[in-house]
Write a protein that binds this ligand. Sequence first.
Ligand code: ITT
Length: 206
Amino acid sequence: MELVFVTGNIYKLREIQHLLGKDFKLKSLRDLGFEDEIPEIHPTLEQNAFAKASFIHDRFSVDCFADDTGLEVEILNNRPGVYSARFAEIDSDRKFKNSSELTEANIDKLLGMLKEKHSRKARFRTVISLILKGEEFLFEGISEGRITEEKRGEEGFGYDPVFVPEGYEKTFAEMTLGEKNKISHRARAFERLVDFLRSRKDLYTK
Ligand code: ITT
């Protein structure tokens, strides 16, 4: 089965293709010849995921899905949440040369805000919006954990160097892709998507 994954993030595309296996052929936005940014302007992960998926569905009439993920830190009232990707830009005039500089600044801001705080409890939450034959289906995956005091590890992306999942000592950035995929928020949400697709073959065969 062919499905379009509405993302501009190649790390995510790699992670998800790894999870889905050979039953599903994942197409990227580039395969559709689409390389523009889709604005993520909504106040919730659910709305953003749906906006991305419906934008591509309306334009190309393809079955597709989009996800949105946020890091929700309990003592910060679930911030950065939906603003995780652009956290360092909020209330700041600073301009960033590239995405890795922004990622570093996001992490520094987070660690700064957590200094002296008595709790470092956090969770990643992923929401997937699937549009299949014109109908929307939503899936969620959560990874509970905590924010470290310092960055550790080189793998992964985003906040991985400062997030330790519950029951582990290593950060996500100290795990291999295979290890992270077994327990990550995105993996859990995508497992639900895959289970759904397998159970509802009637929706997309013929
Ligand atoms: P899209 O093109 O799919 O929108 P994105 O990089 O904006 O890609 P998300 O919206 O899913 O990705 O995630 C928002 C931000 O949350 C992302 O830029 C990272 O900073 C952070 N993030 C998401 N998933 C993460 C993960 O598994 N590990 C670490 N950080 C993550």
